[in-house]
Design a protein around this ligand. Structure first.
Ligand code: PYC
Length: 331
């Protein structure tokens, strides 16, 4: 049996986005988090088949647009990625909103604005179009907050690190320059990946952050290495590790949100401040601290992230049950 998926492929600031425009399964559930659970239970083969080799690769990421479950939103997004189905994905949202608007898959009730349901909550979008091209997308993200600070770990073959945990739609272990970590360029991509995998395991053994308002969102999934900016006009740089082998090519939307909350927590940013975040490859998002907010009993912020995406083409993909690798593989 052959399943056909009509996709719009592209990237946001260099990181891949595969919008599955045709072939999405019908899902059960009263909100996007419940639909995500249903998808993982019954249809995860679609994610692994579309994201892993031979149809995808270590960084592959994307998702589906769904009808809204509420009256006050325009649509829902379910994210897929090599690491699973994230509660929220910033670069993925920028890409899917861009491709969805450019190809008539999303019809905004108010031009220039969208309200979208994601598993982590509801996000507000502003965007700018010129002709049929979306030039920029800004996400007013779910509230971000710092979940833990000062966690001490000993990384074999590297040394001791003090790590903080911050939430921006996913939970990030944040490592600032210190002791053995002197900067991204001193480490290099393969070492970042290798160390991040170990650090995530150590962090998971040390702490399991649970979202104060929804305990279905929990656990450190990503590692963010913070660094000083490299390019003119940037305020900071990062490398975000996800999945088993990926460094985000974009500055990472949820990672930037988590970092904004982290810097606000440290008193280094305040409401109204802007923070230009550079990715490992030098692409950029503009982050802003929009507001302060309580997340349960924790002080947090409302972050926004702004960036742009480019479609690279249509891609009709088959998952053929006669293919020995129909559900994908990773090595
Ligand atoms: O942009 O939020 C993001 C993201 C998460 C994982 C990769 N990118």
């Amino acid at each position: 049996m052959r399943h056909t998926f009509f996709c719009i492929d592209g990237h946001t600031a260099g990181n891949p986005v595969r919008l599955v425009a045709g072939g999405a399964p019908l899902l059960r559930g009263g909100d996007m988090l419940a639909r995500r659970t249903d998808f993982l239970e019954r249809f995860d083969w679609i994610r692994t088949g579309l994201c892993f080799e031979p149809r995808g690769h270590d960084m592959m990421s994307g998702g589906f647009l769904y009808p809204p479950t509420r009256d006050d939103t325009d649509c829902g997004i379910l994210f897929i990625e090599t690491s699973g189905c994230l509660p929220m994905c910033g670069h993925g949202t920028i890409g899917m909103v861009t491709f969805g608007l450019e190809h008539g898959l999303i019809t905004p009730r108010t031009p220039g604005q969208l309200r979208i349901e994601v598993p982590a909550g509801v996000i507000d979008i502003a965007y700018g179009m010129e002709g049929d091209r979306v030039r920029w997308v800004r996400i007013r993200n779910v509230p971000a907050y710092v979940a833990a600070t000062g966690i001490q770990i000993e990384v074999p073959g590297f040394g001791p690190l003090t790590v903080d945990v911050s939430y921006g739609g996913n939970y990030y272990a944040i490592i600032e320059p210190q002791g053995p970590y002197t900067g991204l360029d001193d480490l290099g991509a393969s070492r970042i990946v290798e160390l991040s995998r170990t650090i995530r395991t150590l962090m998971r053994a040390a702490i399991e952050p649970v979202h104060p308002l929804d305990d279905r969102i929990r656990g450190v999934s990503h590692v963010l290495w913070a660094d000083k900016p490299k390019g003119e006009g940037a305020d900071g740089r990062n490398a975000v590790f996800y999945g088993e082998r990926a460094i985000d090519r974009s500055p990472c939307g949820t990672g930037t949100s988590a970092r904004l909350a982290h810097l606000a927590h440290q008193g280094r940013l305040k409401v109204g401040d802007r923070f230009v975040h550079e990715s490992y490859i030098g692409s950029r998002f503009i982050g802003r601290v929009e507001d302060s907010v309580m997340v349960g009993d924790r002080p947090g912020i409302i972050p926004s992230i702004e960036g742009s995406a480019i479609a690279t083409g249509f891609n009709t993909i088959w998952i053929d049950r006669e293919d020995p690798f129909w559900a994908g593989f990773s090595v």
